[in-house]
Ligand binder design. Structure first.
Ligand SMILES: Nc1ncnc2c1ncn2[C@@H]1O[C@H](COP(=O)(O)OP(=O)(O)OP(=O)(O)O)[C@@H](O)[C@H]1O
Ligand SMILES: [Mg+2]
Length: 254
């Protein structure tokens, strides 16, 4: 099970709990399943590290092969570090979800931190990433709102061209907050615009495969928006770009 998958399940769980209030047992089951998966994934690189190290230790490795063996140990160890980081991030998220409460959240601040955490990715893709707008507070779950902005921006960066741009804008109105994420990237063909919100759906383009992904991002966005009664609007033209707007009603405050 991938990280996004687990985030998705956690979110689904949360949605279920909103409706039925029996998420706790389910979350426990998920955690056990996750632990089993992780143990397995950690075991594989550890076994190869141990195997290569044992060979080196025995002195049976030819001088000219030492370099190659060390490299393998190194790359397997790197893989483990990535895995462990994912686990830490997830358990953090999990903790957050357990006692997630609705509170007043400033979407502009949420967007600012999502944009900041994607700066490196944007730079690597040679895509500019900008945030404009104003503070706007809605009542909701900060972590979910953050996932929404993060996933939309990440897509804007990934499905773009060198020198492209991603613009995030927060607009405050008396009764609603409007989030707009616009990119001038590759766009989505009209006949697939509905489908991209489905779980695991990816537009069948070589570009999609190149940049990698699981096809979960937008389904997470859809669910998280629904929890906040957010309305999603997508406009996209192949070769010109994509604009996704989500309108969150401010609603009644407690
Ligand atoms: N801004 C965009 N521009 C062009 N195509 C997009 C854009 N956003 C999404 N898509 C298309 O929609 C598909 C689904 O997007 P989604 O975010 O759900 O999954 P993903 O990006 O493939 O993987 P993940 O987000 O799980 O890493 C993408 O594979 C891509 O083909
Ligand atoms: Mg995505």
């Amino acid at each position: 099970m991938t990280k996004k998958n687990i985030i998705y399940d956690r979110l689904s769980r949360k949605i279920a709990s909103e409706e039925r209030g029996k998420a706790q047992r389910e979350a426990e089951r998920m955690r056990q399943e996750f632990t089993a998966n992780v143990s397995h994934e950690l075991k594989t690189p550890l076994q190869s590290i141990s195997g290569y190290a044992e060979l080196l230790k025995s002195g049976m490795v030819k001088e000219e092969d030492v370099q190659q063996f060390s490299e393998r140990i190194y790359s397997e160890a790197q893989r483990m570090i990535t895995l462990v980081n994912d686990i830490l991030e997830l358990s953090h998220l999990d903790e957050g979800m357990e006692d997630m409460v609705r509170e007043d959240v400033d979407l502009y601040r949420v967007a600012a931190s999502a944009v900041e955490s994607l700066e490196e990715e944007a730079e690597a893709a040679d895509v500019s990433l900008q945030l404009t707008g104003e503070n706007s507070v809605i009542n909701g779950y900060g972590q979910m709102l953050s996932l929404i902005v993060y996933n939309l921006c990440e897509n804007g960066i990934k499905y773009n061209n060198p020198h492209g741009s991603v613009k995030v804008d927060i607009n405050d109105f008396e009764d609603r907050t409007v989030l707009t994420v616009n990119d001038n990237g590759i766009g989505i063909p009209l006949d697939q615009q509905e489908r991209v919100f489905e779980r695991f759906y990816r537009v069948d383009k070589s570009h999609s495969k190149e940049v990698g992904g699981t096809g979960l991002g937008l389904s997470i966005v859809k669910h998280a928006a629904a929890i906040h009664n957010g309305e999603i609007h997508l406009v996209s033209v192949p070769k010109y770009g994509t604009t996704i707007t989500i309108t969150f009603p401010k609603g009644m405050k407690a």
